[in-house]
Write a protein that binds this ligand. Structure first.
Ligand code: ADP
Ligand code: MG
Length: 238
């Protein structure tokens, strides 16, 4: 579960061809990082996968089935945003439970799932607090908790750590990597931060102006960058 295949996916906004045509395979359980400079189309590509934007052309397969025209909620993917998007008036418990309540899950089952997610994310002590009583890192964990309870086929992260200070970012990077090892769920992670890409990814997708420059493991990209853009971006000595 959790493979995502893009076939000739394109996106046009008015006159602007933001994504000319992308082919990409994301395998089940992989941690894939989209990296590239600001404005290169990382968020757009992630939003196309999530279904938050319609493709202009091409096809998106989720677990081998055509998901191109599915509504976001039908794709079984969970998006985690940088802005947390928590409900300020609700407790941590209610924030995490929210998607399950919306799905009319029985309360006992909700309680169990929230407790499990809180345990995984070290949030058990904070369940009755409101978001404003939490640190930035804890808020980000709540946002991830709200994704975990839905048991998605894949997590889609859009620069989830960019609002955090440097020290906390390093911590959260480790936490998300550990979470991936624990859950073994596919993760697609967008960042403009090369260090994040190099330390977290199984597979890095280097984007430039809506095109893929290169796909490979951190080591492959470092040792054999295909061109100067990749070399410069990854910081390898080519
Ligand atoms: P990144 O996440 O890599 O910084 P984005 O995917 O947000 O880049 O944006 C890629 C390009 O698409 C940018 O030039 C941006 O201005 C443009 N773009 C993104 N969303 C829209 C939109 N809704 N309407 C018009 N242009 C957009
Ligand atoms: Mg972006």
């Amino acid at each position: 579960m959790g493979s995502i295949v893009l076939k000739k996916v394109s996106k046009v906004f008015g006159e602007a061809k933001v994504i000319p045509s992308i082919d990409l395979e994301i395998n089940e359980g992989e941690f894939v990082v989209f990296v590239g400079p600001s404005g290169c189309g990382k968020s757009t590509l992630l939003r196309l996968i999530a279904g938050l934007e319609d493709v202009s052309g091409g096809q998106i397969l989720i677990d081998g089935k055509d998901g191109t025209n599915l509504a976001p909620a039908q794709r079984g993917l969970a998006m985690v945003f940088q802005s947390y998007a928590l409900y300020p008036h609700m407790s941590v418990r209610k924030n995490i439970a929210f998607p399950l309540k919306m799905a009319n899950m029985p309360q006992a089952e909700i309680d169990k799932k929230v407790a499990d997610a809180a345990h995984v994310l070290n949030l058990t002590e904070y369940l009755e607090r409101k978001p404003r009583q939490l640190s930035g890192g804890q808020r980000q964990r709540v946002a991830i908790g709200r994704a975990i309870v839905r048991q998605p086929k894949a997590f889609l992260f859009d620069e989830p750590l960019s609002n955090l200070d440097a020290a906390l970012r390093v911590n959260m990077r480790l936490e998300i990597s550990e979470l991936h090892q624990q859950l073994k769920t596919t993760m697609v992670y967008v960042t403009h931060d090369q260090v994040e890409a190099m330390t977290m990814a199984d597979k890095i997708v280097v984007l430039n102006r809506g095109n893929i420059e290169q796909v490979g493991s951190p080591l492959e990209l470092y040792k054999s960058p295909r061109n100067l853009f990749v070399a410069g971006f990854i910081g390898s000595p080519k």
